[in-house]
Design a protein around this ligand. Structure first.
Ligand code: FO1
Length: 325
């Protein structure tokens, strides 16, 4: 086997944008990719344990995600939701019929003592996902948004209120008592590890919960491999979701510099879109400029290839012990 063929990579992700890059990476790496997924968005709803970002990653990697929404399953039917509506039940969080099977099966497994990690591994195998998909922790972490209209649990803020309330602060309840799983630590300390990629997910809502777990940031840095982030900002806008709105509300400038500053001390390089090429000079670390807008599978694979090449360039530039902090 050549060196490149034995190299492994870890991607940190949450939400739809991150899953798109994970799919590109999975196309190039298959089982050499480990995807560490945010579980701060998890919640109990209708008596079921829902893990939206894990399912978005699984469905995307399995090729069964709804292409219109980026979450849930393609070719979905909604009989359950319609019946629930007729009964006067809560319908603000849409659970399609096939998707419901995932939540029922996950809940059943967790209630009989399985961990989120083993449940996720089971689902990944059944869905035919080659990449390793790992929840960030087996302990509960819940993202909570303090807004001008009060404190909201993540899905109530994100889905029920459509991110309309002005955010004042974002907290990750339970994070201080959580820890990375042995599987996550193993992936970050694998001898063949050649890079960590922070996907273009919302840094404040999707990546920060992962980094809030004591020992996670340290494990990423201790890996000694290049860590690169793909900026979710393109020409001052986010492709999807409330990233820019939240940045404004937190008093930040809505540009790649703010993303680089947010990840300072964690990343060795940043990938930005070609439309922001003139901003390169203002960025305080190595930059790759490419197309970061992922419309097609080819776009996703091309961006993934750029990320791997960037890791390789950074690795050649800086000997590993000097990158360890
Ligand atoms: N997002 C929505 O905007 N509306 C929904 O009704 C909704 C339902 C849903 C069901 C299952 C699932 O796995 C994801 C779902 N999402 C929905 C997406 C999810 O709320 C967010 O994309 C993430 O939590 C943010 O990354």
């Amino acid at each position: 086997m050549t060196r490149a063929a034995s190299q492994t990579f870890v991607a940190l992700t949450g939400g739809v944008g991150g899953a798109k890059l994970a799919l590109g990476l999975a196309n190039l790496l298959g089982e050499r990719l480990t995807v560490v997924v945010n579980t701060g968005d998890d919640f109990e709803h209708l008596g079921l344990y829902i893990s939206p970002d894990v399912d978005t990653a699984l469905y995307t990697l399995a090729g069964v995600v709804n292409p219109l929404t980026g979450w849930g399953r393609r070719d979905e039917t909604w009989t359950f939701m319609q019946a629930l509506q007729e009964l006067g039940g809560p319908t603000w969080f849409k659970l399609g019929d096939s998707d419901l099977a995932t939540h029922v099966d996950r809940t059943r497994r967790l209630r009989s003592g399985a961990t989120p990690t083993s449940t996720c591994t089971h689902l990944a195998a059944r869905l035919g996902v080659a990449a390793r998909v790992l929840p960030m922790s087996d302990r509960p972490v819940r993202t909570v948004v303090d807004t001008e209209e009060g404190t909201l649990a993540f899905q109530k803020y994100f889905v029920r209120e459509q991110c309309r309330p002005v955010a004042k602060a974002i907290r990750f309840d339970g994070a201080s008592a959580a820890k990375p799983t042995p599987q996550v630590i193993e992936a970050l300390s694998a001898p063949g590890l050649a890079g960590v990629i922070v996907c273009p997910s919302n840094p404040w809502l999707s990546i920060d919960p992962i980094l809030a777990i004591p020992g996670m940031r340290e494990a990423v840095r201790a890996s000694g491999v290049p860590v690169v982030a793909v900026s979710p900002i393109i020409a001052g806008k986010a492709v999807k979701g409330p990233t820019v709105k939240i940045m404004r509300e937190l008093g930040l400038t809505t540009d790649n510099r703010a993303i680089a500053d947010h990840y300072a001390g964690l990343i060795d390089g940043i990938v930005i879109d070609g439309s922001d090429a003139d901003a390169v000079g203002g960025l305080p670390l190595p930059v790759t400029v490419t197309n970061t807008l992922m419309r097609t599978l080819d776009d996703k694979i091309a961006l993934a290839r750029d990320c791997l090449a960037f890791c390789s360039r950074l690795s050649a530039r800086t000997p590993a012990p000097e990158r360890r902090r």
